[in-house]
Design a protein around this ligand. Structure first.
Ligand code: ATP
Ligand code: MG
Length: 666
């Protein structure tokens, strides 16, 4: 039976390396092996226990209402306030002087520490200010900000009022902002004059002005724009609409009586990265979401509240910035680092300098960043004392085994566990991950679903695949932080996630995965990106990882391009490490042939790329994910599709030019 007819994916790569948790770590781990048994015996009881980490004004009377799938209700009847849980209760419990955020601006020496008491005052003031602007419970507020403390304060102020926020990444265009503002009908936007990126002020307010005009043409009015002064750039001012944060917020009272809302009250709408197409407005509600974030942040990152300094590098415009930059760590009373700028400003060691300065113990970042640091070379982190680090995390894409090993060794001193965490905007919190004090982790595998979550890999027919084969990743049981719907579009919600395995009632994640011989899970990339070469279904991830395992390669992206003989052929785009070539040197043909051979040796002739192109950059979303559909357009000589969610649109021109000059070496 070919891979195609069974609906499974070819299983090509093998990995023998294992990393046991350090003994000390295992002994003191927050989550031990028994958590799996406990959750399996009584899943809902397990989640109830996790819900008890939070302060509820009224306790729930039912853990889960799944009477009308796929519309879930968690902790039914419970009343809760997310901001209270993230801020006030820590102050009440005597932790007011503890630092919530060590904020680091991009310009050097631009720093600010905020304690939980500071945060409580600021959030209360901002909440009072929003009320003055007419924001009421249930109103949507758009947030379009740089990575500054006011961003978290604005989110928490919205949460405090029960006004769902929609954070739009500060690097997005006015079009993207306008579409999101319109889609969720936001009447107020919170923004800044600008933020610092790559050593210079980068304006935000002009995009807000444009977005307001655009939506006005479509009959939608943005009533108020609240503007933080960050860069002191010149801004155009609309007296009827625009209000300075310092004029309005600073003079407000630090007292704000907080109201408790139904557990299912909307907390926020966040649009997905748009890696595969039109972004979807994911709706998260309050109780279940916060339970998911707090539990996983405590358990997967093994948070020791008193001693850890935690840093999630994700921008708040992405779900990781929501769940693990704001809600998870604050719900747990953690001390976090928040950094405004880019990793190479003013020098390529900036992150490691920050880690050293604040004694960061837990670092959570994305493979795209890790591979960039690999490209820059080991000598850069080597200049800094990273000995306080005790746990490393990865999210966003599969981490190639080679990148994992580099991360563990070069950043983690070969001592820190690495947690490769799989989840989505839709899932709200981590779903698949090693437990750092329990799992003997394999580089490149996210391992197993965490206690409380039931994930599987299934065939087209929804049958669980045997160990050693691939298929579709599904979630078999509802979980507290699951999305409740797509904003204003229940039909698209059902269609996108629940129709594929409707009969079985599984959530379809859209990702391909395989189980290895031990039953551990390996993510293989988007189902939409699966290639079909001579009847074999090949995943992008495995071939990319094979390329990255070559010592001269830092990053790789693979796509299937139409091919007369094989149906599809493997086309690869690679970025070389800086040490691979002399400055200005072109990649010689011998190197291309060497890389093709390398893939053949690592995973077999079927996966040998027809074509390999060396590129200076890859097209990525703002959250750093490779947009393979654009590369596919290039590989098939088509006009490149929608690039609006691309971080840097010039990248496609560079690749297009290189492509036309490169020859087909099949
Ligand atoms: P869109 O849904 O609009 O195309 P997106 O899927 O990129 O955008 P996110 O919700 O930010 O938006 O990303 C979730 C996806 O990221 C997952 O479905 C998966 O493809 C990928 N992903 C996240 N973490 C991992 C991981 N640890 N290993 C492999 N893939 C991961
Ligand atoms: Mg997605």
């Amino acid at each position: 039976m070919s891979d195609e007819s069974s609906g499974t994916l070819a299983n090509l790569a093998h990995e023998e390396r294992r990393f046991e948790p350090p003994k000390e770590f295992a002994e003191h781990a927050n989550l031990k092996a028994d958590a799996y048994d406990e959750a399996e015996k009584d899943r809902l009881g397990f989640w109830e226990k996790q819900a008890d980490r939070l302060d509820w004004d009224t306790r729930w009377d039912r853990v889960l209402d799944w009477d009308d799938p796929p519309f879930a209700k968690w902790f039914v009847g419970g009343r809760i306030n997310a901001a209270w849980n993230c801020v006030d209760r820590h102050v009440e419990n005597g932790a007011g002087d503890k630092v919530a955020f060590h904020w680091v601006g991009e310009p050097e020496d631009d720093k600010r520490d905020l304690t939980y008491s500071d945060l409580k005052d600021e959030v209360s003031k901002a909440a009072n200010a929003l009320v003055e602007l007419g924001v009421q419970t249930g109103d949507r507020v758009a947030i379009y900000m740089p990575m500054i403390p006011e961003t978290a304060i604005a989110m928490l102020a919205c949460a405090r009022l029960g006004a769902p926020h929609t954070v739009v990444f500060g690097g997005f265009s006015s079009d993207a902002l306008a579409n999101r503002v319109e889609d969720c009908d936001a009447k107020v936007i919170i923004t800044a004059d600008g933020g610092y990126r790559r050593g210079a002020p980068s304006a935000l307010k002009p995009s807000v002005d444009e977005a307001c005009d655009k939506v006005a043409e479509r009959g939608h009015e943005v009533r108020k724009v609240l503007v933080v002064r960050r860069t002191s750039q010149e801004v155009e001012w609309n007296d009827d609409r625009d209000v300075w944060w310092h004029d309005l917020v600073d003079s407000q009272s630090t007292e704000h009586e907080c109201e408790f809302f139904d557990s299912e009250h909307p907390l926020y709408v966040l649009y997905t990265s748009g890696t595969t197409g039109k972004p979807k407005g994911i709706l998260h509600t309050t109780g279940g979401y916060l339970v998911g974030c707090a539990y996983t942040h405590w358990g997967i990152f093994d948070l020791k509240r008193e001693t850890d300094v935690y840093w999630c590098t994700a921008d708040v415009g992405w779900v990781t910035g929501h769940s693990y930059g704001v809600y998870g760590p604050l719900a747990n009373g953690a001390t976090s680092v928040m950094y405004e700028g880019t990793p190479d400003t003013p020098h390529k060691g900036r992150w490691w300098e920050i880690c050293e300065q604040y004694g960061v113990t837990i670092l959570y970042t994305a493979p795209t960043a890790i591979r960039t640091f690999m490209k820059w070379g080991d000598d850069i982190p080597a200049k800094h004392d990273l000995s306080k680090l005790r746990l490393l995390g990865s999210v966003g894409e599969s981490i190639n085994p080679e990148a994992y090993i580099w991360y563990r060794k070069t950043i983690g001193g070969d001592r820190t566990p690495v947690v490769d965490t799989w989840w989505q905007t839709e899932t709200g919190s981590i779903m698949i991950s090693p437990l750092p004090g329990v799992t003997a982790a394999k580089p490149g595998s996210a391992m197993k679903s965490i206690p409380g979550v039931v994930v599987d890999v299934v065939t087209d027919e929804g049958e669980s695949v045997p160990n050693g084969s691939g298929g579709f990743l599904v979630v078999k049981e509802p979980w507290p932080a699951m999305l409740r719907t797509l904003w204003g579009d229940d039909e698209r919600f059902k269609e996108t996630y629940w129709s594929r395995f409707e009969k079985q009632g599984f959530y379809f994640a859209g990702d391909g995965a395989k189980k290895d011989d031990d039953g551990d899970i390996w993510l293989l990339g988007r189902v939409d990106d699966v290639m079909n070469v001579s009847g074999h279904r090949l995943s992008t991830t495995e071939i990319e990882s094979a390329l990255v395992s070559h010592p001269k390669v830092a990053e790789a992206a693979v796509v299937g391009a139409a091919d007369e003989t094989t149906g599809q052929a493997v086309c690869a785009f690679v970025i070389l490490r800086e040490s691979a070539l002399e400055e200005g040197e072109e990649a010689p043909d011998s190197l291309i042939q060497e890389l093709r051979q390398h893939v053949q040796k690592e995973i077999g002739a079927i996966a040998k790329p027809r074509q390999i192109m060396v590129v200076p950059e890859l097209p990525k979303t703002r959250s750093g994910k490779i947009m393979r559909r654009l590369l596919k357009d290039v590989a098939e000589n088509r006009e490149v599709g929608d690039v609006t969610t691309l971080a840097d649109s010039t990248v496609m021109d560079l690749i297009g030019k290189g492509m036309s000059s490169s020859k087909d070496d099949a």
